[in-house]
Design a protein around this ligand. Structure first.
Ligand SMILES: [Zn+2]
Length: 410
């Protein structure tokens, strides 16, 4: 089996791996200015997508130009998330380099879509492929690829612990080679129950004191997780941004959610913001809790709420995940200021960070890999892939961290 690492190797973003020159695993986009896409030009017979995050699926529509269009295989929620993301990219960046596709390509994506459930083996570009629950977001999958000689397990993004929205991964299919993500290979997550407790306590305190809490959250996975946390603790809230669409979509896929009843309850507990007629401004002044995109304050409705609440130290901004270096969210946490409308302004409202991660931490990664001690491991999707591969080798694994562009035979 031949593997070509076209992106997401030694980095997070633009994940793409070409198997036997014919089967593409993921085709993501690395956001940034400018955004980055997988290297090389590919013409695969089929594409298999692990999950509906931009860095795994963002560039897929661009594969549907030319005369031969590849089949696109994914789980049903991944298909819907891919459509939502593609339309959002088109709306934000259509007609520029930042958006390498058009409405036509998105339409073709719906024609070429072949959804599969977990555990159902299907054929793609002459390979046998099976999805297993990866516990990362609804519909996220480990991808097992069998070319008749070699079985490759591509873990993609996964979590070993349960979240409220999805259960952690438990399947460990037999494989001859593993490609393993390593986003948090040197991080130890605080126990989820403790994170929740601190978050809820902080939100409650602010509400008692008469303040407003803005909770920036990623649209896919995180927004719904936070709504479930708030509902479980009887805290009323508003929800705004693309996470609202995802919330509605998930109603149609109860099998991909850990507790559909709890998600339904969380949905009715949250009031959906339409954003019309200065509604956001009113809500921000209301002593309320608002869950909204974007998760790192790089845009979205969050940027309407922040100016409204920033000057009062009674108010709070509760960030719900890791803030990447160089993002406005990181700037806020570290320096107490925020970029608004091109200018940098001080923020008196308190900023706090809560680690509601959807990835395995260093213990989770080891727990997962414990099932593959005799199997060669390729480490990808991380900022310190080489260091993690070295740690694995010290521990007796056969592990390497390929660079972008690497071609290997296994
Ligand atoms: Zn992901």
């Amino acid at each position: 089996m031949q593997l070509q690492f076209l992106g997401g190797a030694g980095e997070v973003g633009r994940s793409a791996i070409l198997v036997n020159d014919s089967l593409l695993l993921d085709y993501g986009m690395m956001t940034g200015n400018p955004p980055q896409f997988p290297v090389g030009s590919v013409d695969p017979d089929a594409v298999v997508v692990s999950h509906g995050h931009l860095d795994h699926v963002g560039t897929v529509p661009a594969l549907l130009s030319g005369s031969e269009w590849p089949a696109v295989h994914w789980t049903p929620p991944t298909y819907e998330l891919a459509l939502t993301l593609a339309r959002d990219t088109l709306k934000l960046h259509g007609g520029t380099y930042d958006c390498p596709f058009t409405e036509t390509h998105i339409r073709r994506m719906t024609q070429q879509s072949e959804p599969h459930d977990y555990g159902e083996t299907f054929e793609a570009a002459g390979h046998e492929v099976t999805f297993y629950n990866a516990g990362h977001i609804p519909g996220s999958a480990h991808v097992l690829v069998d070319d008749g000689e070699t079985r490759l397990l591509y873990t993609a993004d996964f979590h070993t612990d349960d979240q409220r929205l999805v259960s952690g991964t438990t399947d460990r299919p037999d494989a001859d080679v593993v490609i393993c993500e390593s986003t948090y290979s040197d991080v130890e997550h605080e126990d989820r129950a403790t994170v929740e407790e601190r978050f809820v306590e902080s939100v409650r305190t602010t509400i008692w004191q008469g303040g407003t809490v803005v909770v920036p959250a990623f649209a896919i996975g995180r927004t719904q997780e936070i709504l479930m946390v708030l509902d479980a603790h009887d805290i009323d809230c508003y929800v705004d941004g693309m996470g609202t669409q995802v919330l509605k979509m998930l109603r149609n896929h109860p099998d991909y959610v850990r507790d559909p009843t709890a998600l339904k309850r969380a949905k009715s507990n949250a009031r959906i913001v339409s954003g019309r007629d200065g509604q956001r401004r009113r809500i921000a002044r209301q002593n309320s809790v608002i869950v909204t995109t974007s998760g790192m304050l790089s845009g979205g409705p969050a940027m309407t709420y922040i100016p409204e609440i920033r000057q009062d130290p009674t108010n709070k901004i509760c960030l719900t995940g890791y803030q990447v270096e160089g993002t406005p969210g990181r700037e806020l946490v570290e320096r107490g200021r925020c970029e608004l409308n091109g200018g940098v302004v001080p923020v008196a409202a308190r900023a706090e960070m809560y680690d509601f991660s959807a990835h395995a931490d260093k213990h989770g990664l080891r727990e997962f890999l414990a099932g593959y001690r005799e199997t060669p491991v390729f480490v990808n999707h991380g900022d310190r892939c080489a260091a993690f591969a070295e740690e694995l080798r010290t521990d007796g694994f056969e592990a390497v961290a390929p660079d972008v562009g690497a071609v290997v035979e296994v």
